[in-house]
Write a new protein. Structure first.
Length: 313
């Protein structure tokens, strides 16, 4: 047997035995490429996801709400850093990852291309977007690549706070005036379907699901994760008398799940291909911040060089 097939055999035995693949382990190029793709897009999503919430920092209704939102946004930046660092263990640099994003060769989650129009949107983002992210990321804690799985453990702990604080914003609004309740319902109406799109296309249309599942990168299919999110969110909406904007939503005793309406996949494709409400603004802001941060990166690498120099002396 050739050396390469020996290595492949060891890799497959590790995957079958639920052992983690670590950076120094041999891995198929396609496994590495798939991980760089998904992990970097995950990291880009965390960083770009700060924009819709950042727009409300100066307009938070109370100092306490401003502090909570600031803490959440700082967490998201940290999630991006964990994920970029985990991706770099696969032999790619942060600069290359940012270049791929800026040149449109890498994606980020479609959900962040929608505008945050009112304070209630900040509640809907925490409740729904972070709620959906938790469903997806809990299963990613079991993925086969060590650095990615370990990053997920830390991230999931912080996401629970994000989801809770968002839900409590909507609880407060729903206990308020009719206008405040209407603002919460309007936000739910606008964020519900894009949140379901976060889980990706149906498995039958998924480009990567089969391979990613075989390699235990994906531990739950797109449809199974989406269904789990719907099932857990319906009761939360009912508890604050908000109505999910789906006339086809109903409990299916036989399936033991909620049936729900069709997702507008044309909208999904439009947003993923760059023609959503805020795509251009999000990418322009990311590029501007990246350019303005050049001096910080230069200073950090100059400092690191000098430190290395002194250590060698
Ligand atoms: N937005 C943008 N692109 C999407 C997408 C979405 N919601 N769903 C799928 N896609 C893309 C995929 O990236 C793939 O394109 P590519 O080949 O150019 O990468 C294509 O559509 C086909 O989709 P697949 O289902 O075949 O792709 P995956 O197997 O990668 O599954 C996924 C999609 C479930 C999103 C998977 O990539 C994943 O689990 N990613 C990690 C989690 C993540 O990125 N979450 C984003 C939100 S982060 C967040 O919410 C932060 C929170 O703190 C607020």
């Amino acid at each position: 047997m050739s050396e390469a097939s020996d290595l492949e055999k060891v890799f497959e035995e590790k995957i079958a035995a639920e052992e983690r693949i670590e950076p120094k382990d041999w891995m198929p190029d396609a496994y590495r490429k798939n991980l760089i793709r998904q992990m970097s897009q995950h990291a880009h999503s965390e960083v770009i996801g700060m924009q819709p919430e950042g727009n409300w920092l100066s307009r938070a209704p109370t100092l306490e709400r401003k502090q909570i939102l600031l803490a959440k946004i700082q967490d998201e930046a940290g999630h991006g850093l964990y994920l970029y660092s985990a991706t770099e263990t696969l032999g790619v640099t942060r600069a290359e990852l940012n270049e791929a994003l800026h040149e449109g060769r890498a994606k980020y989650a479609s959900i962040f291309n929608y505008p945050s129009l009112t304070w209630a949107d900040i509640g809907a983002i925490g409740w729904l977007v972070d709620g959906a992210a938790i469903v997806n990321q809990l299963s990613l804690q079991r993925n086969s690549y060590g650095p990615y799985a370990r990053a997920m453990v830390r991230i999931c702990k912080e996401e629970s706070f994000h989801q809770r604080q968002g839900y409590l914003i909507l609880v407060k609004l729903c206990e308020g005036s009719d206008d405040q309740k209407a603002m919460a319902q309007d936000a739910l109406n606008r964020w519900w379907w894009p949140s379901l799109m976060m889980f990706g296309p149906h498995d039958a249309e998924s480009v990567h699901s089969e391979r990613s599942t075989l390699w235990k990168i994906k531990r739950m299919g797109n449809d199974e994760s989406r269904q789990k999110f719907v099932d857990q969110t319906v009761a939360q909406a009912e508890a604050i008398n908000l109505v999910l904007p789906d006339p086809d939503l109903q409990w299916n005793e036989e399936r033991g799940h909620y049936d729900f309406g069709d997702i507008d996949w044309d909208e999904f494709s439009r947003v993923v291909s760059g023609n959503g409400p805020c795509n251009r603004e999000r990418l322009a802001q990311h590029k501007k911040a990246h350019e303005e941060g050049e001096w910080v990166r230069e200073a950090m690498s100059a400092y690191a060089e000098r430190q290395l120099g002194t250590e060698r002396e």
